[in-house]
Ligand binder design. Structure first.
Ligand SMILES: [Zn+2]
Length: 132
């Protein structure tokens, strides 16, 4: 797997401003990563931009515009079933974490939680909590 594995999802012209963080597990398949991003955009209509991080490595900025392009052009994302980029899947419920410190803006989205490694606030406030 190279750094460009998820490149098809990335919008090279995107502005990172206002992006929400989506943190995905190591080695996640491209089709599943795509599904997870779609799930964020569908479940959170106000979100236009996602910072994609896989296994603590920043992969790029994914935009609603880019995903819409992919969907419109029916680009396949390597799904074994040959499915095109689909709507949100119930398999990939997005977990939205927030810092417990009321004034702290840190938050992130994940599709998995290892109970041994609940996400920690990067500003040092401790474990974050699922808000939805
Ligand atoms: Zn915090």
């Amino acid at each position: 797997m190279t750094d460009s594995y998820y490149q098809i999802l990335v919008d090279e012209d995107a502005d990172e401003h206002g992006a929400v963080l989506l943190d995905l597990p190591p080695g996640i398949e491209l089709a599943i990563a795509g599904n997870a991003v779609v799930s964020v955009f569908v479940s959170e209509p106000a979100v236009e931009t996602v910072r994609l991080r896989v296994a603590d490595s920043f992969e790029g900025i994914v935009t609603r515009r880019r995903i819409t392009e992919l969907t419109d052009s029916m680009v396949r994302l390597g799904d074994a079933d040959g499915a095109t980029l689909p709507g949100p899947s119930n398999q990939y419920r997005i977990l939205h974490f927030r810092c417990l410190e009321p004034s702290c803006p840190v938050e992130q989205r994940r599709i998995h939680v290892d109970p041994r490694s609940v996400p920690q606030c990067r500003l040092g406030h401790g474990a974050m909590l699922v808000v939805r």
